[in-house]
Every structure is written in C-alpha cells, then in structure tokens.
Design a protein around this ligand. Structure first.
Ligand code: AHR
Length: 677
C-alpha cells in the first residue's frame, strides 16, 4: 500500500465515529469524511446468482484423537485411573493405605490364560480391618472433578471365597474432607467374577478429588474394573462421555468426525497400533495399550497415559450419529509411525490389515445377519451407521505407503466401490515428500487426499489462494489437520491466540472458495487437558470441571454453522479477495434458507471500510446479522476464567438497497448474513 493511501486510511479511521462498528450509509447524504471513506472502500461484489460450487455436507468437521488426555481423562467420563491394573506399573494411580504395616495385603495377580485382554486383578487380604485401617486410594486423572449434588455411580468386579468384607467408598477433597460416600457389601461367593454397583450424591464441588475405598471385615477379595462415573454423561448414558465436551462438538454442527487420530492409528510400533476390533464388545474384555503420546515428547512426558478403550469404535460411530456427523475412521495401513520405529508389514502379508478394513465396513453398514453387522446389533445398534468413507494410513509417506495403499484400494473398491478412501499426503503441505505422494495419489485417482499443515500464522495468510489453481477434476482434498502455530511460550506452549485464529480464518476463505476441490476440513488436535497436554495449540481446552473454546474454535464454528449450500464469487476489482490490502473473503448462499453469507477477514492492525454489493438478486432484506470475532491484541487468548475473551459478537444492522457497508475491525473475522428476496 502506498504511503499516501496509508495516510488517508489513518485520517479516515480517526474521523470515524468512535466505537461504532458498522455504519449503514446507503441512501444517506454523505458527509465529507464519509465521502473520503467511500473512495478508499474495498467494494466486494457478491455474485449471488452465479454459484461456482456445491458445498459438501462434510465440509467442516472435527478431528478426534486420544492426545492431550482427549479420551481417557477427557471425553471418556471414567474418573478412576488404571481401573483394571493393566498399566505397565499395575498400581499406578493407586495408593495402598494401612495403619499397621503388613506385607502382601494387596497383591497383583495375573490370569493371562483365562483372560488375555484384561489379565491383571488385585487380591486384598482383609485381616480384621475396620476404622480405616486398610484402604486403596485412587488419584483420578489429575484428580477427579466432582460436582455438588450430582450422582456418582461406583462399580467393581469381584470374586471371593466367602462373603464378609464391606467396602466403604469415599470421595475426599484436597483437605481430606469427605464429599460423598457409600458402602457396598459384595454378597456373592465362589469362583465367578461378579459386578456390583452403588450410587451416591456428592455434597460439594471439588476439582481434584480422590476416591478412597476402605475395607472392613475379614477375608480375601479379588477386585478388578473399579470404576466411578458421573450421572451427567452425554445423553445420560451409563459409562458414557463427558457431556460438556461433546456439547461443544455438537454446537459446531460438524459435517464429519475423524477418529481415532492421528498418530495413534500408527502406533509407536506395530504392536501398539490402533486395532478397532480390540475396542469393541464388553469393556472388561477390551485390551488396554499404552498411549503413544505417553513418552513422545520428553518435555511433556505423561507416563500414566494409556488407552483403556472404554471409548472404542462402537462409541465413536454412536457419537458421530449423535452429533449428525459423517463417521470417518482411519485405519493402520501396515506401517508404524515413521517418526518412531517405522516398522512395516511386508506388502505380501497385509491380509489381516486389509481384512480389518473390510470387516469395519461390515461392522458399520452390514446387515444384522452378517458376522460384523451382528456384533454391532448385539452392542445395541441394529441400524447401520451409514459409513461412507474411510482413511487408509495417517501421516504415512514414501513408496512403501503407495505400495500398501494400492493393496487396500484394490480390495476395498472391489467389495465396496461406493466407500470413498481418504489417503495420506504425508506430514506437510509441500516439499519433495509431498510432491511425490501427491503425484502418485493422483495417478492412482484416489478419492480424497488428506493434507496436513501445522505452520506459522504467516503461512496461512500467504496460502489463502492455495487451492485456487488445483485440478478441478482430480482427487478431492481433505484439509485433515491444520493449526496456525504461534511462537512457543516459556512453558513450551504455543498459544491459541487471536493471531493464529485470524490467520486460520483467512486461510479458510480459500478452502470455502474452493469447495469444489476441498470437500472436508478439520483443525487438529481437538481437545487438551490443561494438566495433561502433550501438544499445543488445540481447539478446545478443559480442566476437570470446566471447558472453553479457543478463538480458533470460534473461527471453526463460525464457518461450520454458516456453511451454506453453494459457493458464489466474492470479488474485489473482479478478483477473489486473497490478501489484497490484508483482506480475505469468501461467500456462500444457502438455497434452503435463501441467505447470502459473506466471510471477510481483516488481518491488518487498522480498521477497513468495505462494502458488500449483493448482485444477481432482485432484493435483499433491509437488515443483516453481522458477527465479529476480534480482540484488542494479537496475543488475546481465552481461559477457563474468561472463556469468551475472544468470542463472536453478533448484532443486526439495517440498510437500504443491496449494498451493505461494513467497517472491519483490525484483526477480525466478520460474518455477514442477509436474507435474499
Ligand atoms: O494432531 C497431532 C498430530 O499431528 C497427529 O496425531 C498427527 O497426525 C500429526 O502429526
């Protein structure tokens, strides 16, 4: 921008009526300042009758991975850590409390030959115990978030030669005061495992409670699957998910949900890859494995991070259905994480992996009389889950990936030609690795290419036109993982600040404008626990009791809840708005509601006068909803105490005619929605 123009903008903004965000000038007599401002105004022509692309229902979705305590300790509402004693250290998360020291009171036993999935249990010898002389304490996932008045459901699997031991269950706060209690008399005797439950209400709210189990009586008892769930799970399902976290997803109205990751699919080594068949069926038979983020980053080591699979593929499909999102499972393609062991299954031994993929389609869609359809029905869902797409491999690369993908593609397309396959273009959006994969995948005519970009905010601004020249007739694009990474702070955290959100918002105008090529997009990672994260930034943050969306969340939500049905041109001087004068824009119409929706990003530090000229329609309404996301500094973030420091603010503006004047705030995303007549 030349200095003359800069000067003018300064003068004009100084003359602007302070604190008035939007001004509707159409049809008014102009003052001198308004005339000057009019001259510099960016006029964006919205060609509302010239749709260029249909927007896929999948366009804006979510990427879920068990990273940052996303599943265990996150959306999976189980409060007991290491409930089945299967962590590498069997008593991790537990403490044995006894007033009189006695060896061997609590021992860990292994019944591998009888239960390969969940072999360990504990044996407690109770020798005339009472008055809190022998107990077990579970610390929860960085404590247990307990809410006053809420019901908590305790359950345990046990066996004992004879009845005679009573369990006193207590929740205690950080001062060791009891904030909820119950007792249980396991009544059955014999060799069989039984489950018993008891429920009680909490008397106080506590972010980091612990659970004590005191033993009273005499005898020996074996215990396993010691569990505590809150009553207020998503849809009140017993043993279900944390409702506040799922609600945040539902609020986005996501077009799809990708699961279970991420690198978690690949595993550090093949042994610890994600295997969906091991995540379904009764939870006590689901085999726990280490979470690969456990030791991935030395600076954020999380040695107590495991995958219990209380949340498995059935639950993911159910979740997708609940929130109206198309399920997108990603499967291992016979390759472990190439940043770690890079183990490969020989290409001629891929059969079990391919079979897992075929069986998964049957599990999701098959008739109840098929082998896997029957399993789904037995788990409580006879109706199909309507699976339409599946990912083969996460961030895999090189000829070894292409070789394996070919095997999957052939087998899946032969049996299920309608299933769309999502394929990997590696770890980044450019360079030799990307170019090779992109070339090979296009030669294979794959359905969808998954591109990932974790880059600085500047990259997102510079790449808003990335897809403008992509092949319109080739493979579709899934912008599968993206996040603008601001600088690291002292504690190794890259913050979800306004700067990153605005850069993403600018980039998303480019995805939307190119919706004929880009069919899906998701930010990554999705969730992080403030006390248990390994990777930042992340879309939504939680502690044991609270949740807040980041500015980036609100950007995603503004796009996904203003998706529209068709893209229409938004042009400044006949060109797409891709960064001229720090402005970015895209527009859609919604043929169902007959709205035009325009998204405009101002990534500069000064206000910008713009005019939206809606063309190709007879009339538009005389008012529009204008929603703005901004802040007073690029460093602005949201926190649990101030969850909407950067959040969308809506207002209605009135105008005459088909021209809408909008003054864009510095560093802002503005969404204008107007009804067409
Ligand atoms: O989103 C975090 C990680 O980033 C994902 O697991 C992986 O696919 C990517 O490297």
């Amino acid at each position: 921008m030349n200095s003359e123009k800069q000067k003018k903008i300064k003068t004009n903004s100084a003359m602007n009526i302070k604190n008035i965000l939007f001004a509707a000038f159409a049809g008014c007599a102009f003052s001198a300042s308004a005339i000057a401002q009019e001259k510099d105004k960016c006029i964006i022509n919205i060609k509302a009758n010239k749709p260029t692309a249909e927007i896929q229902p999948t366009m804006w979705g979510v990427f879920f991975e068990d990273i940052n305590m996303g599943a265990d300790g996150g959306i999976y509402a189980e409060l007991v850590k290491n409930r089945s004693f299967e962590f590498y250290k069997p008593l991790m998360g537990w403490k044995v409390e006894q007033t009189k020291f006695e060896e061997g009171t609590v021992t860990v036993l292994n019944r591998l030959e009888k239960n390969t999935a969940n072999p360990r249990f504990i044996r407690v010898k109770v020798n005339n115990a009472g008055n809190k002389s022998l107990g077990l304490i579970n610390e929860g996932f960085r404590g247990m978030g307990i809410k006053k008045g809420l019901r908590y459901d305790f359950s345990v699997m046990y066996r004992q030669p004879a009845a005679g031991i009573k369990l006193h269950i207590e929740l205690v706060n950080d001062k060791n005061e009891i904030i909820g209690s119950a007792s249980l008399n396991p009544s059955s005797a014999g060799d069989d495992w039984k489950k018993e439950s008891v429920s009680f209400n909490a008397t106080a709210t506590e972010p980091k409670a612990k659970m004590n189990i005191w033993f009273e009586g005499n005898g020996v008892i074996d215990l396993d699957m010691i569990s505590l769930f809150p009553e207020d799970t998503w849809k009140k399902r017993p043993g279900g998910m944390r409702a506040d976290m799922i609600q945040m997803l539902a609020d986005m109205k996501p077009g799809f949900i990708r699961f279970p990751g991420g690198c978690i699919v690949e595993g550090h080594e093949l042994e610890t890859r994600y295997q969906w068949k091991k995540t379904i069926g009764p939870i006590e038979e689901r085999q726990l494995i280490v979470n690969r983020w456990n030791t991935e980053f030395a600076h954020r080591s999380t040695p107590d991070y495991f995958q219990t699979f209380g949340l498995g593929f059935f639950e993911y499909f159910q979740l997708a259905e609940d929130i109206g999102a198309s399920p997108l499972p990603i499967l291992n393609c016979g390759m472990a994480c190439q940043f770690n062991t890079a183990e490969l299954v020989p290409a001629d031994q891929l059969d079990p992996y391919v079979q897992d993929a075929l069986d998964l389609i049957e599990f999701a869609n098959g008739d109840v009389n098929t082998k896997w359809g029957k399993v789904r029905a037995q788990m409580g869902h006879p109706a199909p889950f309507n699976l339409k797409m599946m990912g083969v491999g996460n961030e895999n690369w090189g000829p070894q990936y292409i070789e394996r993908l070919e095997v999957f593609q052939k087998a899946i397309k032969e049996k299920y030609p309608a299933i769309k396959l999502v394929t990997s273009s590696g770890t980044g959006p450019d360079g030799e690795r990307f170019d090779y994969l992109d070339g090979e995948l296009r030669k294979m005519k794959v359905d969808i290419i998954d591109e990932h970009y974790y880059r600085k905010p500047e990259w997102f601004l510079q790449n808003a036109a990335r897809y403008d020249n992509y092949d319109r007739n080739g493979s579709k694009i899934f912008a599968g993982e993206y996040a603008a990474h601001s600088e690291r702070t002292k504690d190794a955290q890259k913050k979800n600040n306004l700067q990153s959100a605005i850069a993403e918002a600018a980039f998303l105008t480019g995805l939307e404008r190119n919706a004929d090529v880009v069919n899906m997009a998701s930010y990554a990672p999705l969730f992080a626990h403030v006390d248990g994260w390994q990777w930042s930034p992340d879309l939504i943050w939680v502690d044991n009791l609270h949740i807040y969306g980041t500015p980036n969340y609100y950007v995603q939500k503004l796009y996904s809840t203003n998706k529209g049905t068709h893209v229409v041109p938004a042009l400044w001087n006949n060109k797409p708005v891709t960064g001229q004068d720090s402005l970015y824009a895209s527009a859609v119409i919604d043929k169902n509601s007959n709205d035009a929706i325009i998204k405009i990003v101002n990534s500069s530090s000064s206000e910008k006068a713009t005019q939206l000229a809606i063309e190709g329609v007879k009339k538009i309404a005389s008012s529009a909803t204008v929603t703005v996301l901004t802040g007073d500094s690029l460093d602005n973030i949201n926190t649990a105490d101030n969850p909407l420091a950067v959040g969308p603010v809506s207002q209605t503006i009135s105008f005459k005619g088909k021209k809408i004047d909008v003054t864009l705030k510095p560093n802002s995303l503005t969404v204008v929605k107007v009804a067409m007549k």
